[in-house]
Design a protein around this ligand. Structure first.
Ligand code: IMP
Length: 476
């Protein structure tokens, strides 16, 4: 008061230092090689987490010539010292999860039972979500999105509509759901029988049926309600509710030992100074807000999804590593300004073995796209880039990269929101000389041919992101 600074009687609360999490995110349209980067970094951490997406993602990790395929599991699970967390933002198809565990176990994945933790807040993908995904694609015909048909969109849509079913619901109230579900079914059958057989009583019983069904609808099985929402949309959708209830009762017991409140688990781990790595699934250009909508997935695959999908405040985020393939690929439909529909595109596809891990579809290939990377860098705030598959470019005498998007000859200083606009931007290329030599086995940046280093450094210059990428640049 009156210019005087009064000392506050309140003591300042000192916060204990908390570890920061390291995040690995796909910087393009997915399949940049995040799994391999995570696998390398996982040797130095205590916990690896998935925060969004479902089994639409796919990573192949090769360890001692054994190929492990991961879709829902954080690929860090192959590190025997690492805990693996599937966070609340992930959508889980339980049959798919156990199938993945069994397949990888047969290949040598050991002791995962002691290391897997699943959020009780994660939403469940049911088989009918997957069927609906396929039916919605069919309905769109020529305008389909090319989804993986893993039920991702329908499950996130149930989540947003607030009639979705979470892991906690499956474990907590499931018995009650079954009883209520069967009761609805049985009483409805009895009433139907009476109403059908005593003509004289039809009017009376119709009235009773109306009252009873209204009273019971409030405690109707949530699974049945959810399925019937989709059955109303797609009358041909077959769901055997009773069989599914029995099946999921068994899954509830199977998954129960791994389910925890991952939010408090992670926060106490960070307080203890444990090192946490987050493995983003899908990629920034597939993000539901920032990607090429509607040709996107249904989660936030950019940095925001890390906070909401694990319950981590932004102040806990440390390094954000953007994984960039040395060229661009895309699976499924949607605009792709640097796409190559010629023999160079084919060469990238075959040399890079560009086939989707989840759907086995050929990936579309094109040159590296700098405006796209500048945009995802702005959204994600990469502190470092990790460049993968540089050796796929080994045989090219010239290598191009897109350096600007133009509209009517004018350079765009933003990434268009409209997919049609992205599809018809004019692209400006820069051409760099190729290195025409095999760099597959080079593991030190300085040993790369000069032209390869110039390619890497040009990317760094254009993106203005610090050069830690050099550590990883020889990864194939
Ligand atoms: P959804 O995630 O199955 O709904 O598919 C939506 C779009 O995202 C489709 O174009 C898919 O091909 C694409 N997509 C989803 N996950 C991945 C991924 O992990 N890598 C590449 N593309 C993906």
């Amino acid at each position: 008061m009156n210019g005087q600074v009064l000392s506050s009687p309140r003591k300042r609360v000192k916060r204990d230092p908390v570890s920061k999490v390291t995040v690995v995110l796909g910087a393009q349209w997915g399949d940049e090689g995040k799994g391999k980067v995570v696998d390398m970094l996982a040797t130095e951490v205590d916990i690896v987490c998935r925060c969004q997406g479902g089994n639409n993602a796919g990573h192949t990790v090769v360890v001692d010539s054994t190929e492990y395929d991961f879709h829902l599991l954080p690929s860090g699970i192959i590190n025997p010292k690492c805990k693996s967390v599937i966070g609340n933002g992930v959508v889980i198809h339980l049959p798919g999860l156990f199938d993945e565990l069994e397949k990888n176990e047969a290949k040598g994945l050991a002791n995962w039972e002691d290391r897997l933790l699943i959020s009780d807040r994660a939403h469940i993908v049911f088989d009918f979500h997957q069927q609906v995904d396929g039916l919605q694609e069919l309905e769109k015909g020529q305008k389909s999105l090319g989804t993986t048909k893993k039920g991702i969109g329908p499950t996130y849509s149930s989540k947003a509509t607030r009639n979705g079913i979470r892991v906690a619901d499956l474990l907590g109230d499931f018995d009650q759901f079954i009883e209520n579900g069967c009761m609805v079914y049985d009483i409805t059958l009895i009433i139907d029988w009476i109403a059908g057989n005593r003509e004289i009583m039809v009017r009376f019983w119709s009235g009773v049926l109306w009252v009873v069904s209204h009273a019971l609808s409030s405690c109707k099985c949530r699974f049945q309600s959810l399925a019937s929402v989709y059955q109303r949309m797609f009358p041909d959708l077959q769901v055997n509710v009773e069989a599914e209830i029995v099946r999921y009762k068994a899954y509830a017991e199977r998954v129960r030992p791994y389910v925890v409140d991952t939010v408090s688990y992670l926060h106490s781990a960070l307080k203890k100074g444990q090192r946490v790595l987050v493995e983003g699934a899908n990629a920034a250009m597939l993000d539901i807000d920032f990607g090429t909508y509607p040709y996107v997935t249904s989660s936030n695959c950019s940095i925001g999804g890390v906070c909401t999908g694990l319950g981590l405040p932004p102040c806990h985020i440390g390094e954000v590593i953007g994984v960039v393939k040395a060229y661009t690929t895309r699976v499924g439909d949607g605009p792709f300004p640097s796409e190559l529909k010629d023999e160079i595109g084919e060469l990238l596809q075959t040399r890079g073995s560009e086939v989707g891990v989840t759907t086995k579809r050929k990936r579309r290939c094109g040159w590296l796209d700098i405006p796209l990377l500048q945009y995802t860098a702005v959204v994600n705030g990469y502190s470092a880039l990790c460049l993968t598959k540089l050796d796929i470019l080994d045989t090219l005498s010239e290598i191009k990269m897109v350096v600007a998007y133009k509209k009517k000859g004018k350079v765009l200083d933003y990434f268009p929101a409209n997919a049609a606009e992205v599809g018809c931007v004019e692209v400006e290329y820069e051409t760099l000389p190729g290195w025409n030599s095999n760099i597959e086995n080079i593991r030190e940046y300085d040993k790369l041919p000069e032209c390869a280093r110039k390619y890497v450094e040009r990317i760094e210059d254009l993106l203005q992101i610090p050069g830690e990428s050099k550590t990883f640049s020889s990864m194939g």
